[in-house]
Design a protein. Sequence first.
Lengths: 576, 284
Amino acid sequence: MASFLGHSAALIAALAVLPQLVGEFWAYTLALYFLYAIASLGIGLCWGQAGFLPLGQAMFFGLAAYLSGLSLIHFKDSWLLLLLLPGAALAPGLLAYGIGLLVFRGRTLSGPFFAMITLALTLLAFQIANSWNDVTGGFNGLKNIPGLPGLSDFTDLYYISAVALAVCLLAIAWLRRAPAGVLWRAVAQNEQRVRFCGFAVQNVKAAVFGLSGVLAGIGGALYAPQQNLVTPQLCGFLLSADLVIWAAVGGRATLYGPVVGAVLIGILTADLRDEISYWEVILAAIFIVVVLYFRQGLMGFVEPLFERLSRRRAGRTLDSPARPQATGDTGFALDDVRVRMGSVSILEGLDLAIDRPGIYCLIGPNGAGKTSCFNAMTGELPVRSGHIRIFGNTRTGAGADLLSRIGVGRKFQAPSLFPDLTVAENFNIGLWGGRARLRDLLRMDSHGWTSAILREAQARFPFLADEDRRAGDLSHGQRQILELVMVLIAEPRLILLDEPSAGLSQTETQEVIDAIRWVSGRHNACTVIVEHDMTFVRELADRIFVLHQGRLLASGTVAEVQADERVRAVYVGASA
Amino acid sequence: MDPILTTNILNVVYEVSTLAVVVLGLAVVFGLLGVMNLAHGEFVMIGAYCAFFVQTQSLPFLAAVPVALLVCIVLGLAVERILVRPLYARPFDTLLATWGLSMLLREGVEAVYGRGFKSVAVPLTDSIDVLGADYPSYRLLLAAVSIALVAGLVWWFVRSATGRRIRAVVNNRELAGSVGIPVTALARNTFIFGCCLAALAGVMLAPLLPVNPTLGLDFILKSFFVLVVGGLGSLVGLISGAGVIGGVESIVSAFLDRTYGYTTVLVIAILFLWLRPNGLFPRT
């Protein structure tokens, strides 16, 4: 907190004295690039934090500029401006949020798809602005827009821009450190795991995009009174491209990167465009070099130092809120479930029902449909026919985030976590999922959440107490355990574990067995484990289900299944 | 038949078939290299400028074909080596790098030729009577050449040994490499091939377009949406995707205006993303 205040004071002081140092002309130029910088900050949020690239950000900047320009022209000196101008800044945010909800709803291809949709939208926005003469003034744009009432000289304009920039920077600095920021970076690294922690990823991404729309909106709304002219180019792809270049060269993942990029390159461009005829070509080449070799941009060289100094984690002192009380029955039932991929049939009428707490193992030869069974249950594979009931309700095709919120946890075969986040942050995503409300995600306190299961897990596995380590630096076995603990701290009532002991040492396996048994017993959970290791199965399983060719072949206790002729035939390969 | 209807149908055929040539290049590169080349449209633009260049040198129109191929082979070689190959494992960065490339090419051409529209003279100025409608013969020829080009390439892809190798690499890159298919060379050649197809389309379309540095944007967006709609599975997908996107756009634009045509295409693409995320003919 102290460092945050110190940080803010330094920023505000720097912005306040700048005009005295550089003179009036440069203060005026800076004021313009500060507005662009605010929009570029939005790119930093989307691309540097949440991991998706908007290529059409200028449409929000342009929309706000037109709205603000029209308001100023038609309601000059009216008190209504107090509502209209903030409205002009917020409207693009709403539009962006809406677009985000629409586009992120579809799952596949969302990487290039999102970028292309935004690029197409910005071209569309340009066309509308260019051809809708009655409202936008067409090609010539809106001219003679009055300035903000009461502000006249260049220095005033500078201070307005500087204040807006400072406020935006401080808000973003706060959000980046808040749980929301951790969640965004988690989305960028592993959307699937975020969904399985109970977050609706599409809403998270739409919110980030909406926020970036507001930032572009603030820039645009101030642009109109500052420049007194709004033309269709403000919505166009060239400005959109510039905003991305600035964020990239300055450093998209850093706080100040987009600002440094916008101000530095913006001013260089204004200065050099006429002198060097190939300046734009050089700029494009610089962008490519940054993408290839310097992904952290200019600020990447500076900011890690700050981050290290300021990252002092407080201990875990706050017990997390309890999960909402569970309702419904125990367990699940698959009824004649069929899944096909192309021409290959994966599940062929699988019937499987468990209605009592306990530990169950799912075994079967490779390709029997064990993992596919989990995938069908958690909505990762489309179910062709049949029904899936979980806790007594039909949940066929339900998404992972919903299932996680009602109490289904899943561990994947290959550890699925957030490699670039710390162990602490990995735990936190697990703890926040299904528990944190929006306001919890904005409070710094939530970083200090803990729970009985987490404390127990850290006692069992001492490496988990070293929470500042990067999760990606852990060994394979440690990552397996970290993911398992992430699943368990959500306190699920149905726990699906896909080969939890793969790659573990003998002692680790024993610890994992103890941990699973402890958690299952504590919460009366129903635990289903896919496993090949028969010692593991023998030690844990209350009951075994044998899958073969997408169907249930046999079930019973270990001894019963081992005595079953059909099971032997499948494993030994003899004809039945 | 009503001449206006005939003209409109022919317009759709011409629109769809030329679009198919552009998309084929993009799809082959995406299929084999997993690279969504955002600069694909700029290769169309470069093809169009080759036609303009040839005209300024008072050479016959057809001379633009070898010029465009030469330019694209050189460019494609360099781009594949410098941008695409180092980023195989980073698809998102490839997207960015090729987007940067698209800016580089656009700004490069702009620095040489300026921002203004150039026009390329239409090589065949007469028109032909088709079922009562007077239709420009160059457009007819263009549609015919495009259809022949796509059909020929597909035939070659299915029949030739190289086609078989390409399909093997698409299917399983590691395995193909381990049985002795020169994967790297094949990927390079495919990339160049894709660029050349785009440039050829650019040459052919140059007389009908206002040639300017930003004309590629329109093509990359349309091509991308064709892949979204058609799916990456097959030629049928590609052609039906081109049919939906090119057809809808030219019909809506003809009856309302370009802005509506454009909006309709966008809406279709978003609907497909929700309802059929793998397109009409998904890859199995």
